[in-house]
Ligand binder design. Structure first.
Ligand SMILES: [Zn+2]
Length: 371
């Protein structure tokens, strides 16, 4: 049994408590919260400098791309970045495995306890079976040619079954609206079952994506045509958000939204990956458009980030929004846990096992430059 206290306790289901005390069992389960240190025998208190909050939830990652760290040049745009991703298979398995293990260790060291992870392969499965972190695995489909849809979809089903057979949470998801024709979207929708808690996909990550649907031209239009993509991808779709109608009413988490406008925002969950947006597009979303009860934070992969740290991401969001510290921590812990259905994570509510983070790099309730 431990009684942890710091300058402030951020339970996240109630307002922050100055010098609040968190009582947890030896296996990390929240037993109680005390509003005053005087309620706990002095000798039992463990007093820290800084603030205490629950473990972070990384709502969007691609753990299997960890071996591509540093390969992409910064600020070159999405199409250039996609060329780097195409090199993903030209590495030996041990290099991939070691990078995955290191990346997971990095997340743990950075206070992350749960992850929404995009999977195109089963490369990460061995690591995930160690259950160091809680994962929701999103089996991603990307197919712009109609004649390949059956093969791609069947591979996705097989991969989903492989993850589920290993006791992992897994759902098939579209990569984005521009990379999944309506026929494939229908197959994904028809394959939903009672275990599919959440769907997620990349959304409005680039200006070119909006241009493709709104004007039927631009760099994405040329890129897709160069791959002999079916015109059904853009013909009857007029904006990225049309994907929501095609998928029906499942709970969804839309990732990036860098070029979303206020009128695009729905009551779904949104995930921002600011460092990846700066890395690839050198741009950020307008944070004033989001509902802070529905906004989550992700790191994206090490192919488009130099670290897997939610606190690093929060620093960027803080400096580009008017969110206070409690809001920042809520989007980093509680909202991601809610979106991903991780009921044990996200807040210090009694009975949860949410992990405990101590943050020391603070000044005047602001996250300061991390050293
Ligand atoms: Zn991504």
């Amino acid at each position: 049994m431990r009684f942890l206290t710091a300058d402030y306790l951020f339970p996240l289901y109630i307002i922050p408590i100055k010098e609040g005390v968190l009582q947890i069992s030896n296996d990390g389960q929240v037993i109680a919260i005390f509003k005053n240190r005087s309620e706990v025998p002095q000798a039992k208190l463990e007093i820290f400098e800084g603030i205490i909050c629950p473990g972070f939830v990384n709502a969007h990652c691609h753990l299997e791309l960890s071996h591509l760290k540093g390969n992409a040049e910064k600020g070159k745009g999405f199409l250039e970045f996609s060329n780097i991703i195409r090199e993903r298979d030209s590495y030996i398995d041990t290099a991939k495995e070691q990078a995955i293990e290191r990346a997971e260790q990095e997340m743990i060291a950075n206070g992350i306890v749960g992850v929404g992870d995009i999977c195109n392969t089963s490369d990460t499965l061995k690591q995930k079976q160690k259950e160091n972190l809680k994962y929701y695995n999103f089996i991603e489909t990307f197919c712009v040619n109609v004649n390949k849809i059956d093969v791609i979809f069947n591979q996705a089903i097989e991969l989903k079954n492989e993850f589920r057979a290993a006791d992992q949470i897994a759902s098939i998801v579209p990569h984005s609206l521009y990379s999944v024709p309506p026929v494939l979207m229908n197959k994904i929708k028809n394959a939903f079952d009672e275990k599919d808690e959440l769907l997620t996909f990349h959304m409005q990550e680039t200006k070119e994506e909006n241009q493709l649907f709104e004007n039927k031209k631009g760099d994405f239009f040329d890129w897709l045509n160069g791959m002999n993509a079916t015109s059904s991808i853009w013909k009857d779709r007029n904006k990225s958000t049309d994907i929501l109608q095609e998928l029906g009413c499942k709970k969804v988490l839309l990732v990036h939204n860098t070029f979303a406008k206020k009128e695009d925002i729905t009551d779904n969950y949104y995930c921002t990956c600011p460092k990846a947006n700066l890395y690839i597009e050198n741009d950020l979303p307008d944070y004033s458009i989001f509902d802070t009860d529905k906004l989550c934070v992700g790191t994206d992969s090490l192919a488009s980030n130099d670290a897997l740290s939610i606190l690093d991401e929060l620093l960027i969001i803080q400096n580009n929004s008017n969110f206070d510290l409690n809001t920042l921590l809520k989007i980093a812990c509680k909202n991601g846990a809610k979106a991903l259905g991780f009921e044990q994570l996200g807040t210090f509510k009694k009975g949860k096992i949410p992990g405990v983070n101590l943050i020391k790099s603070l000044a005047d309730n602001k996250i300061t430059k991390l050293i």
